[in-house]
Design a protein around this ligand. Structure first.
Ligand code: ZN
Ligand code: ZN
Length: 803
């Protein structure tokens, strides 16, 4: 050591590095290596100065990346040399706040993660001072996003500021060697938040341990309890009590939509279903999402969970306890399965505020188990589905998320929000500040700037006034959290979208322009953006993008949804699409797949044969009205929607004539597919205008149904037909344009059978296939694509190469 020179180095660390135990990690690392200097949080992340022998300082830089704490997610480390001061100690210095950075604060707030195993061990250890403490947490777990008021992430800027630490907690908080060093939500029985149980009259029945015990008794007795958790209130009841479940359904106006359940542990799943290794990993991950488990044809979930929980749905949503209070509720509880559904009325945002919870859930809950830690941001449970291992290259760049290859995010919220999506290399260009408003369904808003994009939590379906307000609040909170001042607001091109209206309102307030982005273009670019290839595509190679969903506004004024666009981050050209079919009754046709079936029969020139389940489902007078509508084009909307084609085939095959939630018919059509069936159907291509006619498919489906083929056979043949059509279309585009990369996106691609079939056949044919992995492929990922398209267009970033 004596021979090497002494140096001082300044390291700027960006990413998710605050609120994750990063400074104590740096402190320990530097101290272990005998280095001097300091570390602090600031607006951009973590700033470090280290001083010592040059090779030891180098080693420090290597270990900094390699050994960082589990919740940390480093996106970049910049190093510069400093002037030696002769320091002999390493210290943690106060956070520096204030002042905004060039492109907003680069520091990212961590998401809320499930209570860790160390904390759980303490919570159930009678000798521990946090024995049965419902708010136990450490630097590796607990709430972050939902309690942070701003950055830098410090206790004073969280809703824990209201609780003054006791001497024992303060000692741990200030001790760099303690695992609770600067764990902002740290608390104990002495100084932390408290539980209380409230009845319908607003009277406090019990507090603390008494409240837990009384809640358990209520659940066993069949009551519905609103339980305040991390990101909002849940409504809970005993899932094995059919009367309690029926009461919850009726009070929540839930219809037949399946209810998510929380199970005490993985062992409860045994004998019910056998989750794959990837599914177990998803359930046990620190995000603790709702996992959609596919129920097999025999309905084998019924022995443990009554039919009342899931109805006849194909998927059942299951999650494990993630907040300490959930673990305490299951401790000693007779039932091992609780219905655990968002505390809201149908379609309204999840409730977080205590008074609001008391009022808005007043007609649903029998009691409220709540606490006095304020939830600053609502955050619903995330929903994932495991795709199984898909062949081909893993395009995910998320180093902190190695399971992304096996997983599809149906809803990206608690546990992921507000982790940034890194946009990749822009050749020195930087994306301007953009606020993107998303769509009207499954709304998520996004903020992008420089090389990063931040997506909000799931906000729900616009339409309810409460959701409209929630979206506006979430957009403002995300802007303030990222300190991005937008130079434009991106909206969907649909003239009637409420999200677009809200975007225009916000743009007006900010005095910035609005850029409208076509729906399916945004879907395709969401894939390019998360693969880090949006910038590259704008420079070099556009992709063949398949965007299949239910509804999106097309520039020709029709409703699109079965689209093939040759696209890059700035441009999109429609090269093929499903031939438009007139859809009678707009929204009614979405709720009634039978209507979509009649429309497709009419367009295919097929008779409305009474033996077809979708025909006999209608009363004769109603059918006559539909016929007049189609013949005279009255109150019909031409649509090229792939979602409606799936609906039509599901209805024709007798799977479902009317739906209770979005995409229900398509989900069930996928679920009944018979893997042993042979054969396929065939689409017809019109070379002139790129339209793809589903008529031949419909005629073959009719023939099969009338011949008595079961729905499972029809489903398999239809899936094969769509898969073959995708491959055929991609080949045509490759021949015409010499393009080799295919993007598969849009809500229809939540269909695992279709996604896997398309990806496998395309890859076998030499295509590179990209799909959404970090954001939902449904409209929950739309805002990411909007932000990148609008930002690219606005900044006049390099256009598509013309060769
Ligand atoms: Zn912990
Ligand atoms: Zn304390």
């Amino acid at each position: 050591m004596a021979s090497s020179s002494r140096v001082r180095r300044v390291l700027r660390v960006r990413g998710v590095v605050q609120g994750v135990g990063f400074r104590p990690f740096v402190h320990t690392l530097a101290t272990t290596l005998g280095l001097a200097g300091w570390v602090c949080n600031d607006d951009e992340g973590v700033l470090i100065e280290v001083e010592g022998a040059s090779e030891v300082v180098d080693e420090f830089g290597l270990r900094l990346r390699r050994l960082s704490p589990p919740m940390a997610h480093i996106t970049s480390v910049e190093a510069a040399s400093g002037t030696c001061t002769g320091d002999i100690e390493f210290s943690i210095v106060r956070s520096v706040a204030g002042g905004s950075t060039a492109h907003g604060a680069i520091a990212s707030l961590p998401p809320d993660l499930a209570v860790c195993s160390d904390c759980l061990r303490e919570m159930f250890d009678p000798r521990d001072r946090r024995y049965r403490h419902p708010f136990i947490t450490c630097t590796n777990c607990g709430p972050r996003f939902t309690i942070a008021l701003g950055l830098p992430y410090d206790r004073a800027r969280t809703t824990m500021a209201a609780f003054e630490m006791c001497a024992a907690c303060a000692r741990e908080y200030h001790d760099p060697t303690d695992r609770r060093f600067h764990a902002q939500p740290v608390a104990c029985h002495e100084c932390g938040p408290r539980l209380e149980l409230i009845d319908r009259g607003g009277e406090r029945l019990h507090t603390g341990e008494g409240a837990l015990r009384a809640t358990q008794r209520l659940l066993v007795d069949g009551a519905i309890v609103a339980v305040k958790g991390i990101g909002g209130y849940h409504l809970m009841c005993d899932a094995t009590n059919p009367l309690a479940v029926a009461t919850l359904r009726a009070r929540k106006r839930r219809g037949g939509k399946p209810l998510a359940v929380m199970v005490a542990g993985l062992e409860v799943l045994a004998g019910v279903t056998v989750p794959s290794a990837a599914e177990v990993a998803a359930l046990l991950g620190p995000q603790r999402p709702i996992l959609l488990l596919r129920r097999d044809g025999r309905g084998s979930l019924q022995p443990a969970w009554p039919i009342s929980v899931a109805g006849d749905a194909a998927d059942v949503g299951v999650m494990l306890p993630y907040a300490p209070v959930h673990h305490l509720l299951f401790d000693g509880l007779a039932t091992r399965v609780l219905v655990c559904t968002s505390g809201n009325l149908a379609d309204e945002p999840i409730v977080t505020d205590d008074d609001e919870a008391f009022e808005r859930l007043g007609a649903i809950a029998d009691a409220w188990l709540r606490h006095d830690r304020v939830i600053h941001r609502p955050c619903d449970d995330s929903v994932v589905r495991v795709v199984g291992h898909t062949a081909g290259p893993v395009v995910s760049r998320a180093v902190s998320d190695p399971d992304a290859a096996d997983r599809t995010l149906v809803r990206r919220s608690r546990g992921w929000a507000p982790l940034p999506v890194e946009l990749g290399n822009w050749h020195g260009e930087e994306l301007p500040g953009v606020l993107a408003m998303g769509g009207d369904l499954k709304n998520v808003v996004a903020v992008a700037s420089g090389r990063s994009a931040w997506l909000s939590q799931h906000l729900g379906d616009l339409g309810e006034l409460a959701t409209y307000r929630a979206v506006r609040r979430a957009a403002e909170q995300l802007l303030s959290l990222t300190r991005v001042s937008p130079t434009l607001v991106a909206i969907d091109a649909h003239p009637a979208y409420l999200s677009a209206r809200l975007g225009r309102e916000i743009a007006g307030d900010l005095g910035v322009p609005v850029v409208a982005v076509q729906h399916h273009h945004a879907h395709i670019v969401s894939v390019l953006a998360e693969a880090g290839r949006a910038a590259t595509s704008a420079n070099h190679d556009p992709v063949i993008g398949f965007a299949f969903d239910g509804t999106g506004f097309g520039p020709d004024g029709t409703i699109w949804g079965g689209e093939v666009l040759v696209a890059d981050a700035a441009h999109a050209e429609r090269v093929a699409h499903l031939a438009a079919v007139p859809l009678p009754g707009g929204d009614a046709a979405i709720e009634q797949p039978a209507r979509a079936a009649l429309a497709h029969l009419w367009a295919a020139g097929c008779a409305w044969d009474q033996r077809l389940p979708c025909v006999s489902w209608f009363a004769e007078p109603e059918r006559a009205v539909v016929r007049v509508q189609l013949e005279r084009r009255l109150a019909t909307v031409p649509t090229s929607s792939m979602g409606r084609l799936f609906d039509a085939v599901a209805a024709l095959a007798g799977v479902r004539q009317v739906v209770e939630f979005e995409a229900q018919a398509a989900i069930e059509l996928e679920a009944v597919a018979d893997p042993d069936a042979d054969g396929s159907y065939g689409f017809a291509f019109a070379d002139r205008d790129g339209s793809i006619d589903a008529g031949p498919v419909i005629r073959e489906v009719v023939r099969d149904v009338l011949a008595g083929e079961p729905a499972g056979v029809v489903s398999t043949r239809f899936h094969r037909a769509v898969t073959a059509m995708v491959l055929d279309t991609a080949r045509r585009a490759r021949r015409a344009r010499r393009l080799h990369t295919v993007v598969l996106t849009g809500g229809v691609f939540q269909n695992v059978l279709l996604m896997q079939g398309c990806a496998a056949s395309l890859e076998a044919d030499g295509f590179e296939v990209l799909r959404n992995r970090l954001v939902p492929t449904n409209d929950g990922g739309l805002a990411l694509g909007q932000a990148v398209v609008a930002g690219t267009v606005f900044a006049h970033l390099p256009a598509m190469r013309k060769d």
